[in-house]
Design a protein around this ligand. Structure first.
Ligand SMILES: [Cu+2]
Length: 201
């Protein structure tokens, strides 16, 4: 089975080699089930999220690619737009090949309003490219991920969330290798961490 998967993967690589503008999606998005996850890997989290196309996603599906991840909610009027624009600036600061293979993951706190359709609108409004993954999950999935990341959030009486402003960089195995805390600044350090994460195991 593993051998067959490798063959298919290699065949996929040859097939896309003539289209260099596309990332090697075949292998990058296939979990490398052959080796066990490390104890520090966030991909131990078994929770399932749903993306803005309505597809079920586990974070482990990002195994094999560096990841920039932040928790947010789509109707936030202040901090989250800044976090997203900082992630965009990190993407712009990377060499094109790394910028294209990195996954930019937004996970919503808002389990009620951030439906796939709401997240799809958010993607369209901000012109987020195919490397961006907008996810929502149930309360358990969101709180478990927040705890692992060290993100605090609270639903306020006005329906808005008070929350930490944290951008997290994961290496290809889903281990946290960098945190950017607060709003703006520190983008160069995040880009450097991503560059290191793209080569480290
Ligand atoms: Cu916010």
């Amino acid at each position: 089975m593993i051998y067959l998967r490798l063959i298919l993967c290699l065949a996929g690589l040859f097939a896309i080699s003539a289209r260099a503008e596309e990332p090697a999606a075949c292998c990058a998005e296939t979990p490398a089930e052959e080796t066990p996850l490390t104890p520090r890997s966030l991909y131990q989290l078994g929770a399932t999220f749903t993306n803005d196309r309505g597809e079920a996603i586990t974070l482990a599906q990002f195994r094999g690619r560096p990841v920039v991840l932040t928790m947010f909610f789509a109707s936030c009027g202040y901090a989250c737009p800044l976090l997203v624009s900082d992630m965009t600036r990190i993407q712009d600061a990377l060499p094109p090949d790394l910028g294209d293979t990195t996954a930019y993951v937004l996970v919503s706190f808002d389990t009620k309003r951030d439906t796939p359709a709401a997240l799809a609108r958010y993607r369209a409004d901000r012109e987020l490219g195919p490397q961006w993954h907008l996810l929502h999950g149930d309360d358990d999935a969101v709180s478990e991920l927040a705890a692992l990341l060290g993100v605090k959030y609270r639903l306020e009486a006005n329906g808005m969330f008070a929350h930490s402003n944290l951008i997290t960089v994961l290496n290809r195995e889903g281990e946290i290798v960098h945190r950017r805390n607060g709003l703006q600044g520190g983008l160069e350090a995040a880009a450097q961490a991503l560059t290191a994460a793209s080569t480290a195991p």
